[in-house]
Design a binder for this molecule. Structure first.
Ligand SMILES: *Cc1c(COP(=O)(O)O)cnc(C)c1O
Length: 424
């Protein structure tokens, strides 16, 4: 069996940023803190978040309405503080990014502009293992346009007997049937399998076929390096509560490529925050949208939701995605090695791609017997290991590089070895 001391030694050699986060206590097992491997589902709270949030609450207490202009971080332009760091995180220009609303709401607002079925070009390409919210969103968009969702939404499936999509299969489909595709909307990192899609290749193929290409980056933002502008992505959206550690239901980021900014032909759902800030309070009946992603804003934003995002983005700026990705690859590779040792004699299979270039900080394990939820429960209450179960048979482990350790990875393997029976 692998060696706990070795994991400890790795942590001593390569300290992460765990001290900047609150770790939940363990519900069982030998260690006081949980081994938290569920940051792909909900990231942990940075220690700096609480003060940030309270400072904004205090400004409201002291200033009332005057806080719009007089708060230390005035509310009217508050969202602008998030734009540059969010743009750096996803490889965008500041004009291409805005932080607002929640993820699925933003997908709808973006599809109003970018899903425009016409003639034979009506179909929407998603992955069969898409997050349900994305499935519901595209199906409802098809219905909104008077189309049959069953024939309009094309679901990409892995080949029989395989767990993840092959890029070539996606490219082949776009080459063969691209003229019927209006929109490609895929998860950058699949929530279930942890597969990192080849975003630049699929974007290029989709656009060459005449389709609009959007990405749901819920599991990619803050997890893998992104270069949305250079990759020519049409649009993207992501939430801030998974790898971005900004709290449950945290705000979503939106990217719209520069080439679409200021295009008067694009339809959009607007509100008073869609108009340019300089003339917003002239309260004119007709909007004057700026030539930035802010034109997709609708309402004035929830200020208390913004401090946590700001705190988190500052952390990502301070650590830097290249350093974070390096540690992520090492931690995930270490967990993979330990999982392989445990799986050798047990009905467990890692379904996430083996190539580090095709995944982020998540390994999904298929269990051959029993329920995923039952296993996750035992890991939590008997070993203090928090992981995320997706019924019927997937348990997801995300060694998030900001706050997870090599010892956490060791605890996962140790807990699985103790919990899952050796195959007969
Ligand atoms: C987490 C996640 C969502 C959640 O959507 P909300 O609108 O934030 O509730 C949607 N899509 C994907 C792919 C996700 O991973």
């Amino acid at each position: 069996m692998n060696n706990e001391d070795e994991a400890r030694r790795r942590d001593a050699d390569e300290p992460g940023h765990r001290h900047l986060f609150h770790l939940p206590p363990a519900d069982g097992g030998r260690y006081p803190e949980a081994a938290y491997l569920a940051g792909n589902s909900l990231g942990l709270q940075p220690r700096a978040t609480r003060d940030e949030l309270f400072a904004d609450l205090d400004a409201w207490r002291r200033l009332g309405v005057e806080g719009h202009l007089e708060a230390e971080r005035p509310w009217l332009p508050y969202h602008e503080l998030l734009t540059a760091p969010a743009a750096r995180l996803v490889g965008a220009r500041p004009a291409e990014v805005v932080v607002m609303n929640s993820l699925t709401v933003n997908l709808h607002l973006l599809m109003v502009s970018f899903y425009r079925p016409a003639g034979a070009r009506t179909r929407i390409l998603i992955e069969d293992a898409a997050f349900p919210s994305d499935s519901y969103a595209v199906r409802s968009q098809a219905r909104f346009h008077g189309l049959d969702p069953d024939t309009t939404v094309v679901r990409l499936r892995p080949r029989p007997g395989e767990d993840v999509l092959r890029t070539t299969d996606v490219l082949d489909l776009l080459a063969a049937e691209g003229e019927t595709v209006a929109l490609v909307l895929l998860g950058g990192v699949n929530y279930l399998t942890g597969e990192l899609m080849d975003i630049p290749a699929i974007t290029a193929a989709g656009r060459a076929a005449g389709a609009v290409v959007g990405w749901d980056l819920a599991h990619a933002a803050g997890n893998v390096p992104l270069a949305l502008h250079d990759w020519d992505v049409d649009f993207a959206a992501w939430c801030s509560y998974k790898y971005l550690n900004s709290g449950p239901g945290a705000l979503s980021g939106v990217f719209v490529h520069e080439r679409h900014l200021g295009d008067p032909a694009l339809p959009r759902f607007e509100g008073w925050w869609s108009t340019e800030a300089a003339t917003r309070f002239e309260m004119t009946p007709v909007s004057r949208p700026p030539a930035t992603a802010e034109a997709w804003q609708v309402s004035n934003p929830p200020i208390f939701a913004m401090g946590p995002v700001r705190t988190s983005l500052e952390l990502f700026d301070a650590v830097g995605m290249p350093a974070l990705r390096g540690r992520s690859v090492r931690l995930t590779g270490y967990l993979e090695k330990l999982l392989d040792e445990v799986s050798a004699a047990r009905p467990l299979t890692v379904v996430t791609p083996r190539d580090p270039a095709r995944r982020g900080a998540q390994l999904s394990v298929r269990i051959g017997a029993g329920s995923a939820a039952g296993l996750a429960k035992r890991l939590r209450y008997e070993h203090g290991v928090i992981a995320d179960a997706r019924e019927p048979d997937i348990v997801r482990f995300a060694p998030v590089p900001l706050y997870c350790t090599y010892h956490d990875c060791w605890r996962v393997a140790d807990a699985l070895a103790a919990t899952v029976e050796v195959s007969a």
